[in-house]
Design a protein around this ligand. Structure first.
Ligand SMILES: [Zn+2]
Length: 277
């Protein structure tokens, strides 16, 4: 079911990890951001769109993780954009001889069963530094950073005051650092939060990749919460964060395990490099 969050901007939330697919109305059709998870849900979204007389004219993936690069044949064969780094990373993943097995290892089996592998991760990389999504619709600013995944993009739909944050600023997921990818994952994360903070004043509606949407007040609140978490992680402190420990929402208890693994991962990195973080 589609829910309008701003004029011409709708979301479709998956049962898997409250993943939010975002539909943006343009002049000739819609842009679909992080299209969805279950094949049945994407088929349902495609039906809703065609019932409304809308066609999909382009897609966009905020980053290269499996739950953001799925697609359904009923959306049609249209360009599916991502940043240059995002596209290069997924291309690398798809180039190995056993790529399906290694990617499938991350995905719940009931989703793997209904996946269309030939449409998986077909991302067209935009030239490095591209500032806006190339499409016939409202101006959408690309805010690229290196937190969470290489070339992660948040999208600011300026005329509508909507920030599509990708896998950041969630009320249920803690910041998940890219501990394998970058030289300084803590600083990369903090830098990304500063970037998002620089546009916070233009945002009326926040749509995270997973979790609940929020109003203008939620942008600084979640930036503050994420920054406090990253500081606690960096300083090997116990975070006082409602998303971790006994206060985690029902069904999200596994997030505490992610926190424990991030602590271990950072400790291993600093032991190896002899530097904090
Ligand atoms: Zn992700």
């Amino acid at each position: 079911m589609l829910r309008q969050v701003a004029e011409g901007v709708l979301i479709h939330q998956s049962e898997f990890c409250q993943s939010n697919a975002v539909v943006v109305h343009g002049r000739a059709g819609v842009l679909l951001i992080d299209a969805g998870i279950y094949g049945s849900e994407m088929a349902c979204l495609a039906n809703d769109l065609s019932d409304a007389g809308l066609i999909v004219v382009a897609g966009f993936s905020t980053h290269d993780h499996w739950d953001h690069v799925l697609w359904h044949a009923s959306f049609g064969s249209v360009p599916r954009y991502g940043t240059a780094r995002c596209a290069a990373t997924i291309r690398d993943q798809l180039s190995g001889p056993h790529w399906k097995d290694s990617i499938a290892g991350w995905i719940p089996p009931d989703i793997v069963e209904q996946m269309s592998w030939d449409l998986f991760g077909l991302i067209t990389g935009l030239p490095a530094g591209t500032a806006q999504v190339p499409w016939d619709g409202p101006y959408i600013r690309i805010i690229e950073h290196q937190a969470h995944a290489p070339g992660h993009a948040a999208l600011l739909i300026e005329e509508r005051g909507v920030l599509v944050a990708g896998d950041m600023l969630s009320d249920v997921l803690i910041p998940m650092l890219d501990l394998d990818g970058t030289a300084d994952p803590v600083e990369d994360y903090l830098a990304a939060l500063r970037l998002l903070e620089s546009v916070a004043g233009d945002v009326d509606v926040l749509v995270p990749g997973h979790g609940s949407t929020g109003g203008a007040d939620q942008v600084p609140a979640r930036i503050g919460q994420d920054r406090a978490y990253v500081h606690a992680l960096r300083d090997a402190q116990v975070p006082s964060d409602p998303r971790v420990g006994p206060s985690a929402k029902s069904g999200w208890e596994w997030v505490s395990g992610v926190h424990a693994r991030q602590q271990q991962g950072l400790a291993r990195r600093s032991a190896r490099d002899g530097t904090p973080g």
